[in-house]
Write a protein that binds this ligand. Structure first.
Ligand SMILES: Cc1ncc(COP(=O)(O)O)c(C=O)c1O
Length: 433
């Protein structure tokens, strides 16, 4: 029996173990270069074990701390930790269907403006609910919605705009916001690929009525699986919490009872007066909560976010410097005006004389992972069979589907790794002619 069995001693051993067993080795030529991945040190592992030893498991003190820290970081009042970015999008969308929003609630058959060039679960909740996605084309080389097409896309059934900041590059928030205000539309910012991006010096995710994050390992910070929904609007925050927590009306945390002091004296629907408020449901909701173990990792990750953002930008700049010599072959990415993206990746659009498949194979054969812009043009995916939608002409969306790929810029790419990418890029001439 170990005689110094206390938590501090255990955690200090964990710290030592993590330093030794989880230290990141510098890149050497021949290593496989992922497009992204977890970047962490002993702090995440110590927090994770600390939470495991508490064995609270469901949302608890680390969740509270993570939600507070993330809200402060983004610059919003309310934040809810959920179990994925896809769940965050589901929660945010379903929030806008609440009867508590009266005439502004999204109903089946209503339209939601979005783009077809992106990740499927940005728009999946629209389709699953029975609303109609309206796909607007994008611009090149920003890869975000073409705002000049917005006025033609709107009808009297339009209720919301839902858009991601593509690969970290903010969409034109000024134009989209004023369009939403002019037509009384909700705006959801899918901020899953853009945590830390700035628009006029303000964090993306603080502009929409609601915004979402993903903390799946390739994203800007990770909790393994995980996501968040955030807002400044107290009513939307209350509805989102209800949607996340089984649809219930009560706002008590896990394990808490009678926070409001009125647990047994309310009148709800046609229930008997005084029916236990813990079991009153104002919505048909979900259980989208994450665990305190995930939040514990997130708390340590948030301490590193500013450093991560700096590295993503620096890696992007280094790749830009290399690829600017190939502008006859590729369209290079361009940040939105008045923005400072925290890039998720480095998109390259092959010009007509360049075969994307050949280029992608070249990088993969040189151990450098590549990625497509997710679903390409979602209207061409098998999941769209039988789905009703409207769209503008999607010429640029088709072009990114056929000609675009992207390389990683994540903070785990050290100077050696970035130099290796640059060396490989310089050898591209052998396949480009
Ligand atoms: C823009 C965007 N939204 C949503 C998601 C979904 O996040 P998750 O994988 O955590 O469900 C992703 C996933 O990468 C994404 O890129």
């Amino acid at each position: 029996m170990v005689n110094n069995l206390n938590k501090d001693n255990i955690l200090s051993l964990v710290r030592e173990y993590a330093r030794e067993k989880h230290c990141r080795e510098p890149f050497v030529g021949g290593d496989k270069l992922g497009y992204s991945g977890r970047v962490y040190d002993e702090e995440e592992i110590v927090n994770l074990v600390d939470s495991a030893l508490e064995f609270w498991l469901t949302s608890g003190r680390y969740t509270k701390e993570f939600e507070r820290k993330l809200a402060d970081y983004i610059g919003v009042k309310y934040c809810l930790f959920v179990n994925s970015g896809s769940s965050a999008n589901l929660c945010a969308f379903m929030t806008l269907t609440s009867p508590l929003l009266g005439d502004r609630a999204i109903r089946r058959g209503d339209e939601v403006i979005t783009v077809a060039a992106g990740f499927p679960t940005t728009i999946a909740p629209i389709v699953q609910f029975g609303a109609v996605p309206v796909f607007v084309d994008i611009t090149i080389p920003g890869y975000n919605i073409d705002c000049s097409l917005l006025e033609n896309a709107v009808t009297d059934r339009t209720k919301a705009v839902i858009l991601a900041h593509t690969l970290g590059n903010p969409f034109d928030l000024s134009r989209v916001k004023s369009f939403c205000e002019a037509h009384n539309l909700w705006l959801i910012e899918d901020n899953c690929d853009s945590l830390g991006s700035l628009y006029f010096g303000k964090k993306t995710g603080s502009f929409g009525d609601l915004a979402t994050s993903s903390f799946y390992p390739p994203h800007h910070i990770t909790t393994g699986e995980g996501g968040a929904v955030y807002t400044d609007n107290p009513l939307l925050a209350k509805i989102a919490k209800s949607m996340r927590d089984w649809g219930r009306d009560c706002v008590c945390e896990s394990g808490q009872d009678n926070l409001c002091g009125h647990r047994f004296d309310g009148q709800y629907g046609q229930l008997p007066k005084g029916y236990d408020h813990k079991y009153v449901y104002s919505h048909f909701g979900y259980n989208l909560k994450a665990t305190d173990l995930q939040a514990a990792v997130g708390v340590a990750q948030l301490d590193k976010i500013d450093d991560f953002t700096k590295k993503r930008r620096a890696n992007f700049d280094k790749l830009y410097n290399i690829f600017k010599d190939y502008e006859d072959k590729f369209v290079l990415p361009q940040p939105e005006k008045n923005s400072e993206p925290s890039w998720f990746g480095f998109p390259l659009l092959c010009k007509e004389n360049v075969d994307r498949e050949k280029v992608v194979r070249f990088y993969e054969e040189n151990n450098i992972q590549t990625r497509m812009l997710f679903a390409g043009n979602i209207t061409k995916q098998p999941c769209m069979k039988g789905v009703s939608y409207r769209s503008t002409e999607l010429k640029n969306t088709d072009l990114i589907m056929t000609n675009l790929f992207w390389l990683g810029v994540y903070p785990g790419l050290d100077d050696n790794a970035v130099s290796y990418i640059c060396d490989v890029a310089r050898k591209m001439n052998s396949i480009l002619n």
